[in-house]
Design a protein around this ligand. Structure first.
Ligand SMILES: [Zn+2]
Length: 122
């Protein structure tokens, strides 16, 4: 929780002290410029904006979400039947299109952990 350099300056003021509920993640948009500066990914210009809109930076992570149906589900679970993940504050992630919702902070969105499609690894 000490590294806040990835956050927009205003991002932690409104939601300061508020943490995501179980199964949820707080994210903020990635600026297009910072998206590609440190990324080996090359994407045609016309696709760039579209992909950038689904890229976010994680600002806070709630507890693991409980699985609705651990018997049928093929994802890895904890002993308590939660969905494991390796999301951390500062991660760059790709979200399912239009899966994110507004929060009281215009810089911050909330998304279900199950709608995080992937995480960019350096
Ligand atoms: Zn499951």
């Amino acid at each position: 929780m000490s590294d806040r350099t990835d956050r927009a300056p205003e991002a932690h003021l409104i939601l300061d002290g508020v943490y995501p509920a179980r199964g949820l993640v707080f994210v903020r948009h990635v600026e297009t410029a910072e998206t590609y500066a440190n990324s080996p990914i090359v994407i045609p210009a016309q696709a760039r904006d579209k992909v950038a809109k689904q890229q976010f930076i994680v600002t806070a992570v709630g507890n693991y979400e409980f699985c609705d149906d651990p018997e049928e589900c093929e994802r890895p679970h904890t002993k308590r039947g939660e969905h494991k993940h390796r999301l951390e504050e500062g991660d760059w992630v790709l979200l399912r299109n239009r899966s994110w919702m507004l929060t009281p902070d215009p810089q911050v969105f909330v998304v279900r952990q199950s709608d995080v499609l992937g995480k960019f690894i350096e």
